[in-house]
Design a protein around this ligand. Structure first.
Ligand SMILES: [Zn+2]
Length: 314
């Protein structure tokens, strides 16, 4: 048997933000300053709401506790996460704790977090990846409106992440016919949008990618990328080389087109400070990404991939 979880309601396309119906008496949770959130909220057209804007970037369970402590008694009708991953993650966890429905409105794109049952929070200073069916949105609103004013480098990194997640997800051993359908369609849309210069299609492609990989997994490319993350390289940027090399190693059908996308976006070659053998040892412990890889991966394979990335031979 196979299963796929999808938010109960998905609003997307032009002016989804303005046309979606929001529950009265909801609590909006955001990391954004009032100068920004005021603009977003007036575009939503929501009237009767409260606002909690004290979420810290890279939030911890303490941020969740702060929301629960302040609002349990006040009983909002629903929680609305409005912002980047940080706001969405706090709402995913807090709504579960409070037994309330949740609306997720990503103002950044790329991770597909608004579609998934994953939540990243810090516990005792350490980031933990949690998964729970209860983290799934009751309603998700995807609108390319938020791309206006996003720095070009962030857009590039984000769309590269979405492409990596779609294609690695397609090849994951945890996938099924339906996840592969979403992943394939996601990459087709993202590929065309990148090659033909239609960035307004990125959030929709990223949303489909989230449904696809969020119901299976990413694989070798993401496993390789974490040693670069540890050296401060942005996630999407590190995948430009890591996922290309991983697709080459896996003989993935996406290798050629993924490489074209990376070239079109124009990423600088990646550098790795760490010792390759030590980095490979770290990567080999990441069973969550390596076990679902389409072919078995040895430490020698990882070393070869890292050497290729360092040499810029994609
Ligand atoms: Zn990713």
């Amino acid at each position: 048997m196979h299963g796929v979880l999808i938010p109960r309601s998905i609003k997307f396309g032009e002016d989804a933000l303005g046309q979606a119906d929001y529950p009265a008496g909801a609590l909006i949770v955001t990391t954004a300053p009032p100068s920004l959130s005021d603009k977003w909220i007036s575009r939503m057209g929501i009237k009767d709401y409260s606002l909690f804007d004290k979420v810290t970037p890279e939030p911890s369970i303490e941020d969740v506790k702060a929301v629960v402590a302040e609002y349990s008694e006040k009983r909002p009708s629903a929680l609305i996460g409005l912002g980047g991953g940080s706001s969405l993650d706090v709402v995913k966890y807090a709504s579960k704790e409070m037994g309330l429905p949740k609306v997720l409105i990503p103002t950044t794109f790329g991770t597909g977090a608004e579609m998934t049952t994953y939540c990243v929070l810090k516990f005792d200073g350490k980031k933990k990846l949690l998964r729970d069916d209860a983290f799934l949105a009751d309603m998700a609103v995807i609108d390319s409106y938020f791309m206006d004013g996003t720095p070009e480098q962030i857009v590039k990194n984000s769309v590269c992440d979405a492409c990596a997640q779609a294609t690695e997800g397609h090849d994951s051993k945890l996938g099924n016919e339906l996840t592969r359908m979403f992943c394939e369609k996601a990459f087709d849309i993202l590929y065309a949008a990148i090659m033909e210069g239609r960035p307004e299609d990125y959030p929709y492609g990223s949303m489909l990618s989230g449904i696809g990989f969020g119901n299976c997994s990413t694989t070798l490319g993401h496993a390789l990328s974490y040693v670069f993350s540890n050296e401060g390289v942005p996630h999407g940027y590190s995948l430009s080389a890591c996922t290309t090399v991983a697709h080459k190693h896996n003989k993935s059908r996406f290798y050629g087109r993924f490489k074209e996308v990376v070239e079109k976006l124009g990423f600088e070659p990646l550098k790795l400070e760490a010792d390759v053998s030590e980095a490979a040892d770290t990567i080999m412990t990441d069973r969550g990404h390596l076990d679902p890889n389409p072919i078995p991966i040895s430490k020698e394979d990882v070393v070869k991939c890292l050497e290729d990335i360092k040499a810029g031979s994609l």
